[in-house]
Design a protein around this ligand. Structure first.
Ligand code: COA
Length: 411
């Protein structure tokens, strides 16, 4: 059997902003967000949640029932890194209590580093089948209050246990790759918000899709119709719809009004409720497909397109395995999304504007709803994480005390 995913889990912050609320404050037609972008809600992380706590929580769930002593590598794909030098993976390693013999490092190439990590992990477990890799991907997408990209913001993390004996999906070895030096989306070290040329980014995304698909087609000999479902990188869900119709046209398929509903729609449901999770969004889409589709998907082939601005892209495929329904609790994602607290606009702004001190002073962060881990505070330029009781659902606290915003702070 080809290697693949043994278990996987998704986590998103416990707070969200309805995009109707955002539309009302931006003087926009809510249909532009709901229909034009295909987004309904934006996950918003509270001050004591960052990529480390999100990824650790996703990993905690993914590791349920897994023998952690077999995990010898932890990879963390993110573009919301909390340090320029120390890998966020090392905090996650400690929070999860992994073996000191498990190496841990961070990966970066915009939203595509999770796929680069996946492909590395597949090679590692093929070489050493008795070992497993824990791959986590997580991000907080920030474009700025009032920016064109604001309604596509979001947050979330996915964790996957990559193994030579997968239960969820086995990936096929052929892949199509594409790299081109473009400036469609980037974040210089001194900025907290991404810079984006959104319309150009859509064009480059579609070009990278065409090129990596063609490369994959040549490598694999497979046709479009050899795939039952397609999962795309999801900066917003309408992007996947555009991408799928583009790919169908390139493959000269006759128009089919049910194509999107049949082949793509199940993978969009979670992202529509969370917004963009950058590195995690393709895999959030895969989980959405697996968890929300009716019927048994075992044996179905999924085509996956990963795009990371800047840019690098990859088209690859996998076959869903008979054990997937036992390997992932099928209602976990839906419950997580339903059990969230809606923010008023002012609360969203307060969360968004919250900053950590950058002068090394000690700062304790008020407690909000999180997963099993939270960022308790900072002192001496060091982040302090703690484990918390998740069963206790807390009320929405008053807005956090904002530290005056400064440039060049950690995300
Ligand atoms: N009702 C329904 N649809 C509406 C609408 C309304 N009242 N008003 C606008 N729309 C549609 C537009 O026609 C457009 O759809 P189309 O692309 O199919 O034509 C869509 O809503 C978006 O409108 P647009 O005017 O293009 O939005 P924008 O200029 O505010 O920016 C992005 C859209 C995606 C460029 C912006 O959100 C962005 O920069 N996002 C972040 C970067 C990103 O996601 N890049 C993608 C590749 S990774």
């Amino acid at each position: 059997m080809n290697p693949g995913i043994e278990t996987m889990a998704f986590y998103t912050p416990r707070y969200y902003l309805d995009l109707r609320t955002l539309a009302a404050h931006r003087g926009a037609d809510p249909d532009k967000f709901y229909l034009g972008l295909g987004q309904e809600k934006m996950a918003v992380s509270p001050p004591d949640e960052d990529v480390v706590t999100m990824a650790a929580e996703a990993a905690r769930m993914a590791l349920e029932g897994v023998d952690v002593s077999s995990i010898d590598t932890l990879m963390f794909a993110t573009e919301t890194g909390v340090d320029q030098s120390k890998a966020a993976a090392i905090y996650v390693h400690r929070l999860l209590g992994l073996s000191t013999h498990c190496r841990s490092f961070e990966l970066k190439q915009a939203c595509c580093s999770s796929t680069a990590g996946l492909q590395m992990a597949l090679a590692l477990v093929a070489q050493r089948p008795h070992k497993k890799v824990l791959l986590v991907a997580g991000d907080i997408a920030r474009y700025g209050l009032g920016a064109a990209g604001e309604p596509t913001q979001g947050a979330g993390a996915v964790a996957m246990v990559i193994s030579a004996e997968p239960r969820v999906i086995a990936f096929e070895p052929e892949q199509g790759s594409y790299t081109e030096d473009v400036m469609d989306f980037w974040r210089p070290n001194y900025l907290e918000e991404a810079l984006v040329d959104g319309k150009y980014s859509i064009k480059v995304y579609l070009r990278a899709l065409a090129k990596s698909w063609e490369h994959y087609r040549q490598e694999s000999g497979r046709a479009f119709t050899d795939h039952d479902f397609f999962c795309y990188h999801l900066p917003f869900t309408r992007m996947a719809e555009k991408a799928h119709l583009h790919l169908a046209r390139l493959n000269q398929l006759p128009p089919d009004p049910d194509r999107l509903d049949r082949e793509v729609e199940p993978s969009l449901l979670y992202n529509r409720q969370t917004g963009n999770c950058y590195t995690a969004s393709l895999y959030e889409g895969l989980l959405s497909l697996l968890e929300t589709s009716e019927g048994n998907l075992a044996g179905k082939r999924v085509g996956l397109f990963s795009y990371g601005s800047g840019c690098m892209a990859s088209f690859f495929s996998g076959k869903i395995l008979p054990g997937y329904r036992d390997a992932i609790p099928l209602d976990r994602g839906r419950r997580l999304l339903e059990d969230r607290t809606e923010l008023r606009y002012e609360e969203y702004e307060n969360f968004y504007e919250h900053r950590l001190p950058t002068d090394g002073s000690a700062y304790a962060i008020a407690s909000h709803q999180t997963g099993a881990f939270r960022l308790a505070g900072v002192a001496d330029h060091k982040r302090n994480y703690e484990r918390v009781e998740v069963a206790a659902v807390k009320a929405v606290p008053p807005p956090p005390q904002a530290v005056p915003a400064k440039k060049a702070v950690v995300a």
